[in-house]
Design a protein around this ligand. Structure first.
Ligand code: PLP
Ligand code: SF4
Length: 339
């Protein structure tokens, strides 16, 4: 069968099957992209450290034959990952310190983050999750009750952020139950869902999921994660449209990544494309300095220069807030354009 036929068949399957068929072998991904593994700076040590995982929907947006494709760069295990970069560590943002109890991160006033699952549909090489002891921390079904009790007992908590890993990897029943339980807490104003699935596995946005989210008694905010306009393909667009049309508020967060989006034109394109599909640019994060990610770093001075160029080009509401995470700080740290 041709690639084209394989793709049609693949995309006709449900999201769990599509996830099960995600690329997990370098050779298969290279074959699909018409690249030779020998022409890429692949590291087997890096691969062993953090597995390859790429859904076909995401890989399908990569340019065939381009070893420098900005989407490929986000997922390819490369030699630079095993180099030592000064200042990069296992827990750069102090998350381990902020664990209030299993599965619950309480770092900021009024907001609590739930680590619902340790897994994601895609393994992003730049992610601090690669070093995080998620298996121990994630909210199992048993621990979930205790986490909900924690929210119930702290009336200062106005918002619960479902995160991970990727919370939309929970099945519908589990998600519906969680939202139901949280909705019963009187002081809770919002549930926020941080998910990369609308972008990397849009098949997850089923009618059933939309029903669960749109029928929630508390307001739901969805923050997607997209770093480059090419990620917004013909499957992502209807998934976002469906969320949007059913009353969900959509924001996007990106990470500023060398060789992926460290360019004003690329970032402007991303903002424009997001907005044309009803998604508001929220944050542009500086890289968290997690071991294995040093080759993605963009210097702060360079980041500020890029933001200034975007500010000089786009309306203010299309300029994402440039932020960095600082261990122990009371909020994300905003980086401002120097006067
Ligand atoms: C980023 C983050 C939040 C949310 O911060 P906002 O600025 O409200 O988007 C909450 N908790 C933790 C632990 C976070 O890392
Ligand atoms: S948490 Fe987000 S950035 Fe990290 S691997 Fe999962 S999808 Fe990628």
């Amino acid at each position: 069968m041709t690639d084209r036929h394989n793709e049609i068949l693949h995309f006709s399957k449900n999201w769990q099957q599509q996830l099960a068929e995600a690329f997990n072998k370098i050779d298969d991904l290279c074959d699909y992209l018409n690249l030779s593994p020998d022409d890429l700076p692949i590291s087997l040590a890096a691969l062993e450290d953090f597995a390859l995982r790429v859904p076909l929907s995401f890989a399908a947006s990569m340019e065939k034959g381009n070893p420098h494709d900005p989407l490929l760069r986000q997922v390819l295990p490369v030699k630079e990952e095993v180099q030592i970069y000064p200042g990069f560590s296992i827990d750069p943002v102090g998350d381990i310190q902020a664990v209030a109890q299993a599965g619950v991160l309480h770092k900021y006033q009024g907001r609590v983050l739930f680590i619902n699952t340790g897994s994601c549909a895609i393994n992003c090489r730049y992610c601090f999750r690669r070093n995080f002891p998620y298996a121990e921390l994630q909210l199992t079904k048993q621990k979930e009750a205790a986490a909900i009790q924690y929210i119930r007992e702290d009336s200062s908590v106005a918002e619960v952020i479902l995160s991970g890993g990727d919370p939309l990897l929970l099945n519908d029943a589990r998600l519906a139950h969680l939202i139901q339980q949280l909705s019963d807490i009187r002081h809770l104003k919002r549930i926020r869902i941080h998910s990369r699935l609308p972008v990397v596995l849009p098949a997850r946005i089923t009618d059933e999921l939309i029903d669960i989210l749109s029928q929630s008694p508390v307001q739901i905010v969805v923050v997607i994660h997209c770093n480059h306009a090419n990620e917004i393909n013909k499957r992502v667009i209807p998934a976002c449209k469906s969320l949007k049309e059913n009353g969900l508020i959509l924001f996007n967060q990106s990470v500023l990544l060398k060789g992926v989006n460290d360019n004003a034109a690329v970032l402007c394109d991303l903002s424009e494309k997001l907005f044309s599909h009803g998604i508001i640019p929220y944050y542009l994060h500086l890289l968290d300095k997690a071991s294995g990610t040093g080759h993605f770093e963009v210097a702060e001075t360079e980041a500020l220069k890029l933001i200034r160029q975007i500010q000089d080009t786009l309306p203010g509401y299309l300029v994402p807030k440039l932020v960095k995470e600082q261990a122990g700080a009371a909020s994300k740290q905003y980086l401002f354009r120097p006067a």
